[in-house]
Each structure stands twice: as C-alpha cells, then as structure tokens.
Design a protein around this ligand. Structure first.
Ligand SMILES: Cc1cc2nc3c(=O)[nH]c(=O)nc-3n(C[C@H](O)[C@H](O)[C@H](O)COP(=O)(O)OP(=O)(O)OC[C@H]3O[C@@H](n4cnc5c(N)ncnc54)[C@H](O)[C@@H]3O)c2cc1C
Ligand code: SF4
Length: 322
C-alpha cells in the first residue's frame, strides 16, 4: 500500500477543504481498505469521517427518521424504530455483510461502496473501463458475465451491490450531500446513483453524504425485502427486491418495487408497480408484476438466470405484503 496522510476531523465544516487532490473519505474502511491494499485506489490523503459529530445518530425528522452517514449497519439493524416502521430496511441492513462488516460498515459507506466486479477489484485482471481501460472485459466473448447486469448493461454492466439502496428507495428516502462550498443539498436517493463509466453516484470530488432521511410511513403500508445469494451465510445479491406497498382495504394504492444486483444502479420497476396499483394483491397480480418487470431485461452471455430470479422474487416479495 502506498503511504498516505491520515486526518480525522471532528467538525463537518472542516471536511470539504480536506478533500483536495486525490484525497478520499473513509468511514468503516471495510470497502476502501481492500481497494487500497490491492492498489486500485491510491489516495495521498485519507479523511476519517467517524469522529465527525454531525454525521452520527438516528434522529426523528418530520415524522420519519434522519440517519447519519456514519451510523453503522449494526446500529441501523438494532434500532427499534427501524425494525417496527421500516422492516424491509432492517432486513436489508442484516443482509449487507457478515457481522464483522455490519459492526464497522456505515450507511454512507454502504451506499458508496465501489463495484464488486472481479475485473474491477483484481489489479492484474484486464483493466476495465472503470479503471481507465479501453473496454469492459466482462462484456467480451471470453469475459465472465455471470454476476452482471440484465438491465441498462450497454455501458458498464457491473451491478449496484448495495442492499440498503433498494429498501431505502422503496421507502422514498432522500440523501443529504455536503458540497465543496459547505452547503448541504438534498435529493431523492433514487437520483443519487448514476449509470456512468466514470462514477457510480452523483457525488463530486469534494462532496460527501451526510445523512439519509426516511419519510413518515402512511397507515396501511407494508414493506418486504428478499435477497437471493449463492452462499447462504453471507454473499452479495444475485438479485434482491424491496417492495413497499400501501393498501386501502384490499386495493393497492401505492407500490414501489426496487431491485438490486440487476443493473449498474438500483433498479426501480415502474412496470411492476403499475401492474398492482389499483388492484388487490393476488397470486395473479403479483405474477403479472414480475412478468412486467422483466420485459425490458437484456441478459448477457452468462446471466439469463437472473431474469427468472427477478420475476419470482418480485412476486414473492409482493405476496409477502398482501
Ligand atoms: C466480506 C464482505 C461482504 C459484504 N457483503 C455485502 C452484501 O452482501 N451486501 C452489501 O450491500 N454490501 C456488502 N458488503 C459491503 C459492505 O456493506 C461495505 O463494505 C460497507 O457497508 C462499507 O461501509 P464502510 O463504512 O466500511 O465504507 P468505507 O470502506 O469506509 O467506504 C466505502 C466507500 O464509500 C466512500 N464513503 C464512505 N463514507 C462516505 C460518505 N459519508 N460520503 C461519501 N463517500 C463515502 C469511501 O470513500 C469509499 O469509496 C460486504 C463487504 C465485505 C467486506
Ligand atoms: S462490468 Fe464494469 S467494473 Fe466490470 S469489467 Fe466491465 S466496466 Fe469494469
């Protein structure tokens, strides 16, 4: 690992000025340090966020909750408000890594984790577009595309691995970002992720995530998260699905269906949502939602199996909220 300067500010106002050159922020380090050890990220300065007071804690906010960026996955999972009011998020937090990772990994770091594509993570693998190479080895005839995207996969078919993101987006969460000018801006989390070969989020070089805010939950709302992975103990999602449904009587009034592991960004399926809104949730409408969601899928050489997984998981997640 190349030598680097390490700075640990305690006040948020001091952070942007520290993020010059190729400086990076670190929270739990569970993702960043691996990339640094491999030589894939070589910062001259690491700015630790975990001692910044303004980034800590889970607080009530306009009937919902504001979750600080350095709240750990374990703290999120153990919070009684989250468990009772946002159960799909609690399940997603439990899925976002083994206990060792959940104890150090943070909400901000989980949302900003880099792609887990083999070609990106291993230094002596053929250099990919995301590492400044000329092409995507995963998309070549010899490349392995088993874990890759089935939607929007024409540029960089790596997948968004975050388990929190689909659940947070399904609950309508927003993200707050501190800019280089010291001002905070807030946008729907759905707009935070970008399908861009140069970066995975809208964050600029001197910007950081400060918090994620969950809106109040309307009565009649139920949420569910399902993740399918190869290894049962812990593993990244082959496909994950978060659904949040609000019913009035037997009729679905609102629905959000968001998938992980299928596209370079969390993938909201408005087609699946439209298939159930205004109708009761039955085997038939839930099946139709799964079918509608995968119509736009364009699998690569090795990942057609994900189409069936997405279809079935959407159906199961919706029926779990019936
Ligand atoms: C063995 C293992 C298994 C895993 N399995 C899963 C899984 O199944 N599902 C899943 O979703 N994740 C999984 N992960 C990823 C894990 O969730 C992340 O490593 C962790 O959440 C990252 O949090 P961190 O605080 O340690 O981030 P760090 O490693 O500190 O940072 C990660 C990245 O985010 C940036 N960053 C951190 N905080 C901020 C911020 N506030 N604003 C802007 N940028 C920031 C850093 O610069 C870095 O690029 C796994 C990780 C490991 C090691
Ligand atoms: S899928 Fe993305 S990260 Fe993987 S090799 Fe292609 S460009 Fe690189």
């Amino acid at each position: 690992m190349k030598p680097f300067e390490y700075i640990s500010p305690t006040a948020l106002k001091d952070v942007p000025a520290l993020l010059t050159g190729n400086a990076v922020v670190m929270a739990g380090g569970s993702d960043l340090l691996g990339l640094m050890k491999e030589g894939i990220v070589q910062p001259s300065r690491v700015v630790n966020l975990k001692n910044v007071a303004e980034l800590k804690g889970i607080q009530p906010a306009r009937g919902g909750l504001r979750i600080g960026a350095v709240v750990t996955l374990a703290a999120l999972l153990e919070n009684s408000d989250i468990r009772q009011r946002y159960p799909a998020l609690a399940t997603a937090a439990h899925e976002a890594g083994p206990p060792q990772v959940r104890n150090v990994g943070t909400v901000g770091g989980e949302l900003c984790q880099r792609p887990h594509c083999y070609y990106f993570r291993v230094l002596n693998a053929p250099a990919c577009t995301r590492r400044g190479g000329a092409q995507c080895p995963a998309a070549t005839a010899e490349g392995l595309s088993k874990w890759h995207a089935i939607f929007a996969n024409d540029r960089t078919p790596d997948v968004s691995a975050s388990d929190l993101a689909p659940a947070l987006i399904a609950y309508g969460a927003s993200v707050s970002i501190l800019g280089a000018d010291g001002k905070e801006r807030t946008l729907p989390l759905e707009q935070f992720f970008v399908n861009d070969p140069q970066k995975e989020t809208v964050l600029g070089a001197q910007e950081i995530v400060t918090a994620v805010t969950l809106p109040a939950v309307a009565s009649g709302t139920k949420g569910h998260f399902i993740k399918f992975k190869e290894r049962d103990s812990y593993d990244f999602a082959l496909v994950s699905v978060a659904v949040v449904v609000r019913k009035q009587g037997e009729t679905v009034r609102d629905a959000r269906v968001v998938l992980g592991g299928v596209a370079p960004t969390p993938w909201r399926s408005k087609e699946a949502e439209a298939a159930v809104v205004g109708k009761p949730l039955t085997e038939q409408t839930a099946t139709a939602a799964g079918e509608a969601a995968v119509k736009a899928a364009r699998p690569l050489k090795d990942n057609a199996y994900k189409v069936q997984l997405a279809r079935v998981l959407i159906k199961r997640a919706l029926l779990a909220t019936a």
